[in-house]
Unconditional design. Structure first.
Length: 380
């Protein structure tokens, strides 16, 4: 089996589709412009645009335009890219005119615009920080800002009006803003424990004080939100667990543990993105290493192997091993992520579609989970 500790992917090619319009589909992108280390990181809510990074270059893909390379190449710093709801604003990390790598945004009118770091904090090793996510309207960016005076990292939020504003970090420890809700009100990431240094799931509501919503002693990280941030997914080390597990959290319903697809205490698991209907996608791995993409439906006891799920719905990935599901559209219909070809030993970015959608019913919205298995699409 393939052993990996980080997301990587490479040359992309077309693979299995579906003969029936009601079947699921799986596509691996093919284009000579994208090769080597590549990942699909984000997708617009309507599923029409996929954004990723290939060999340190941001790319976008649409059916009408194909693959377009959107940024200069930098293998070390340009590792992630995200997109606004309408596909007009990208966020990533690029080199500024002074040669320092900086969080940045792109629009058709401006090209790449670097935003620098937190005022008064010098760059560290030629980096101001990195851009991680963008709000649905493209007006807010979040990410990580370095402080060269002490070597620490701090979560930040940026708007055109305020510039880069730090969200705080523990004394002598680090924080990062990894995700922002589409409505721009909730930011999530990690906030390290001052004593042990373990990452802890955190959210900031309207850029306020850090909220360790799973408790001060729970290690993990916030990875994804529904559009208003009402529901949160990520990974957390719960009491008695050998490794991290995925979770789904709401203020009304509390936390639900999402065990990995393989019923084995040695498997680690995380939720990375969540649809409005409560479908969580992410990845599972043996001891955090051997990866395969996972999916969880409301009512499931544990996450499922996404490749098995797609095959059961008419879209067999064939020789492509789906390593990680990284983003899902709000309606749950489109999932993008990373794959590996077991024959050619190449990596690929996949786009999967699943017919139908799952929506929260009133019981779930009130914080009750008993009726989840009866939700449309939740009892597959």
């Amino acid at each position: 089996m393939l052993s990996l500790s980080i997301l990587v992917c490479a040359t992309l090619a077309i693979t299995a589709g579906a003969a029936n319009a009601q079947d699921a589909t799986i596509t691996i992108l093919e284009d000579p412009q994208i090769y080597g280390v590549t990942a699909a990181w984000d997708v617009t809510p309507d599923g029409s645009m996929v954004v990723g990074v290939s060999e340190g270059r941001v790319f976008r893909y649409t059916q009408s335009g194909g693959v377009e390379i959107m940024s200069p190449q930098d293998y070390q710093h340009t590792a992630k890219a995200t997109v606004s709801d309408d596909g007009s604003v990208f966020v990533s990390t690029v080199e500024d005119p002074g040669g320092i790598f900086s969080p940045a945004y792109w629009t058709q009118a401006t090209g790449w615009v670097t935003v620098g770091g937190i005022p008064g904090q010098p760059a560290l090793d030629g980096q101001y920080g990195s851009g991680w996510d963008v709000s649905g309207d493209g007006e807010k960016m979040v990410g990580l800002a370095w402080d060269g005076s002490n070597g620490k990292a701090e979560a930040f939020q940026w708007t055109d009006a305020t510039g880069v504003v730090g969200l705080g970090r523990p004394a002598d420890r680090n924080s990062r803003a990894s995700v922002i809700s589409a409505d721009g009100h909730v930011i999530g990431g990690f906030y390290e424990d001052p004593t042990t240094g373990c990452r802890r799931p955190v959210r900031w509501i309207d850029a306020g004080a850090p909220d360790l919503f799973l408790g001060e002693s729970v290690c993990g990280e916030t990875k994804g939100f529904t559009r208003t941030g009402a529901y949160i997914t990520g990974e957390a080390a719960f009491a008695g667990d050998l490794w991290y597990n995925g979770f789904l959290y709401s203020d009304a319903g509390g936390v639900i543990k999402l065990p990995p697809a393989v019923n084995n205490v040695n498997y680690r698991n995380m939720g990375i993105s969540v649809s409005e209907g409560g479908i969580v996608v992410g990845r599972s791995g043996l001891g955090g290493q051997t990866l395969f993409a996972s999916i969880w439906y409301p009512g499931d006891e544990r996450m499922r192997d996404l490749a098995d799920e797609l095959t059961s719905l008419g879209a067999d990935p064939g020789d492509w091993w789906l390593l990680s599901a990284i983003a899902i559209t709000p309606d749950g219909a489109t999932i993008v992520g990373q794959a590996f070809n077991s024959i050619t030993l190449q990596f690929g970015a996949f786009i999967a579609t699943i017919p139908g959608s799952t929506v929260f019913n009133d019981d779930f919205e009130d914080g009750t989970t008993d009726a989840w298995s009866a939700v449309s699409g939740g009892g597959r």
